[in-house]
Design a protein around this ligand. Structure first.
Ligand code: TLP
Length: 340
């Protein structure tokens, strides 16, 4: 048995999801004629308490289309230095939107309102105007931590006072909502736009969505076309996403319980440690503390024994639980760590 803890993006569609996809009603989505995509957009926007939604091929495109829609060339976007849209999106904001990112060193990805306020540019021709603040929830490189809602609300207050927009990279906002018990719409309320992924913990094979008001979605729609993300009978994949939001959201709590169990067991083993306070959802960041091994060495040792994890830094190893890893898989991962 291979236990694949590299990412929740590795999930495969279940037989029931495949069935829903195979029988999806479709049309040409470039002309807004795909009924499954229209249903998915309406249903997700309603869950998030926003006016409209736009299905996009990836979380990456969702973030970049949102940046394109909210900004103009030469403006500045505030973001944490570990945020996915800065760290892992190929420099896209500069290439596609002509904006500069102002990266801040948050605590585990959490920037405080005070930190952001100090970074907002005064009106002066020497400075690029600050036009957007981007936040991530849950925090990928922050070990699946949930961004505190009170801090987000404080950031919204100062964004309003400076006329700055806010975008949420909510690739795993589903996990934050399930773990916190705070509904999706409450998490989304302070933001002008939110992107969410169907292809992570929810287990759909492809796709993400951006939600916001009608004016934002119209601009994002143009961005999706410019970026080459307009699709035709995309209801085939949209049906997987629709199935996922209807059937796979509540079960995310099982992933959270398994992540906690794995983290607690690993933390007790010499040579590796976990910041247990950060384990709030389905991501575990582990530190390899023994001197004779890097995170890469550790991941090779794990792989030889059938457990897959990514090294995210010289000593940083990441495990992500998801619907294709059951209790037996977690038992095996713990046993393999003990053996190494
Ligand atoms: N994250 C992937 C990798 O790219 C690192 C992963 O395995 O976690 N926002 C966040 C917070 C993400 O974690 C990711 C993907 C994205 C955006 C991008 O989504 P996709 O892969 O659909 O473009």
């Amino acid at each position: 048995m291979i236990v694949d803890l590299r990412s929740d993006t590795f999930t495969k569609p279940t037989p029931a999801m495949r069935k829903a996809m195979a029988s999806a009603e479709v049309g040409d989505d470039i002309f807004n004629e795909d009924p499954t995509i229209n249903r998915l957009q309406d249903e997700t926007a309603a869950m998030l308490g926003k006016e409209a939604g736009l299905f996009v091929p990836s979380g990456h495109m969702g973030n970049q289309a949102a940046i394109y829609a909210h900004t103009q060339r030469g403006q500045e976007v505030i973001v944490d230095e570990n945020a996915h849209l800065f760290y892992y999106e190929s420099g896209a904001p500069a290439l596609l939107s002509g904006v500069q990112l102002r990266t801040l060193p948050g605590r585990g990805g959490i920037m405080s309102a005070a930190q952001i306020e100090a970074a907002i540019r005064p009106d002066n021709i020497h400075f690029p105007p600050t036009s957007l603040i981007c936040i991530e929830n849950t925090l990928n490189r922050g070990g699946g931590r949930i961004y505190p809602l009170a801090e987000i609300k404080a950031i919204r207050t100062l964004a309003d006072s400076h006329g700055v927009k806010m975008h949420l990279d909510g690739a795993r906002l589903w996990n934050a909502a399930v773990a916190s018990g705070i509904p999706l719409a409450e998490w989304a309320a302070p933001f002008d736009s939110v992107s969410l992924c169907f292809s992570k913990g929810l287990g759909a094979p492809v796709g993400s969505i951006i939600v916001g008001d009608h004016v934002f979605i119209e601009k994002a729609h143009r961005a999706r076309k410019i970026f080459g993300g307009g699709m035709r009978q995309s209801g085939i994949i949209g049906a997987g996403a629709l199935y996922a939001i209807r059937h796979h959201m509540d079960r995310l709590s099982e992933d959270h319980v398994r992540a906690r169990r794995l983290a607690e067991a690993v933390d007790k083993i010499d040579g590796i440690s976990v910041d247990m306070n950060s384990v709030e959802t389905n991501i575990i960041i582990m530190s390899v503390t023994r001197d004779d091994m890097s995170a890469e060495d550790m991941s090779l040792q794990l792989e030889k024994r059938g457990v897959l994890m990514f090294a995210l830094g010289p000593k940083m190893l990441r495990a992500v639980t998801h619907l294709d890893v059951d209790d037996e898989g977690i038992d095996k991962a713990i046993a393999v760590f003990r053996e190494i």
